[in-house]
Design a protein around this ligand. Structure first.
Ligand code: 13P
Ligand code: SF4
Length: 320
């Protein structure tokens, strides 16, 4: 195939692709940031592998000319906002996010106008336009800390994840006004099937990401961001875990704890692989190779939006 006049190289296997990516990375002074939900071969090739906060922090530190973001669009967008003069590449521009899509900027603007005194805290899983309308950004790793930095009597709007928002309301004793967005992956878990799986693995601990629905969170032994869940299984004494988050994290869990067993939490629909994020999985090693080789697709953004969206992101870094 010929893209932008550049002849695509036929690449045979994953090992060859991985070697070719490493070579290109050096030649072009590029860095690869990858989220735990990426395919395992992409996780393996990353310079930095982590959760949303860690990846945003690394994007804030790196001095490479090119950032290849193996994640979804809002993550690459955040890296671009922090690094307006760098080239930020996303292997597949269609790698979106149901949660980010559940909060259209015009609707959110009208919602925000109903609460003129409210401070807006947005979960990083949202578009740059929503970040622009926010006072603070947070991730699931630092959300509690960010919310607790706001005076107790201050009205807060939390967007876009209603599940994370209601979990944070319980954790902090606040009554934040919630935008009704959600993640399709974390809402796919079946409470009934999890209860029955927990019964059949009496020694297993059930761990969950706070994007899951509240009945699921109510029965979890431990709730945290992807890196929080990973750190928990490393330190905890149990030998078996039922994991309610995107199944990609299990690759790193198995690498860190090869003697332990990790079971992906069951989903409602047996016919789909719904505990895998179809957006995250759009990125492949082959697309990553081609995007680095052709420096395309690139994340391009309007300067005004970037400048405004940078403010709440920088506030998050200061508070983290
Ligand atoms: P964290 O990696 O911050 O836990 O986020 C999970 C997620 O859904 C990313 O899309
Ligand atoms: Fe978005 Fe959910 Fe996929 Fe994360 S797992 S990128 S929140 S759809």
């Amino acid at each position: 195939m010929n893209i932008k006049g550049i002849q695509r190289k036929e690449v045979k296997d994953k090992a060859e692709l991985a070697r070719a990516i490493q070579k290109l990375k050096k030649k072009k002074n590029a860095v690869i940031l990858a989220h735990y939900y990426q395919k395992k071969e992409i996780q393996e090739i990353a310079d930095y592998l982590g959760d949303s906060l860690y990846l945003a922090q690394q994007a804030n530190k790196v001095d490479n000319d090119i950032i290849v973001f193996a994640g979804v669009h809002f993550m690459a967008e955040t890296a671009k906002i922090i690094n307006p003069s760098k080239k930020v590449l996303l292997p597949d521009l269609k790698a979106g996010c149901s949660l980010a899509d559940s909060c259209p900027p015009d609707d959110f603007s009208a919602f925000k106008a109903k609460y003129p005194k409210a401070v807006v805290v947005s979960y990083i899983n949202c578009s740059a336009e929503i970040k622009m309308l926010s006072d603070l950004v947070c991730t699931s790793s630092n959300a509690k800390k960010i919310i607790e930095s706001i005076p107790k009597d201050q009205e807060i709007i939390f967007a876009p994840d209603k599940n994370l928002g209601s979990y944070l309301n319980k954790e902090t004793g606040r009554n934040m006004i919630l935008w009704e967005g959600s993640c399709i992956v974390h809402e796919a878990f079946s409470f009934e099937k999890i209860v029955s799986l927990v019964k059949s693995y009496p020694n297993a601990k059930f761990i969950a990401h706070p994007e899951s629905e509240s009945p699921v969170l109510d029965i979890a032994h431990y709730i945290a961001s992807t890196s929080g869940l990973l750190n928990f299984v490393k330190k905890d004494k149990a030998k078996e875990y039922i994991v309610a988050t995107e199944a990609g994290i299990i690759h790193e869990m198995k690498k860190c704890c090869p003697e332990k067993k990790f079971i992906p939490a069951p989903v409602q629909d047996d016919t789909c692989a719904c505990s895998e994020c179809a957006f995250m999985k759009l990125n492949t090693l082959e697309k990553l190779y081609h995007c680095l080789s052709e420096e395309f697709p690139e994340v391009k953004m309007n300067k005004k939006i970037m400048d405004a969206a940078r403010i709440p992101i920088k506030r998050m870094f200061e508070l983290s």
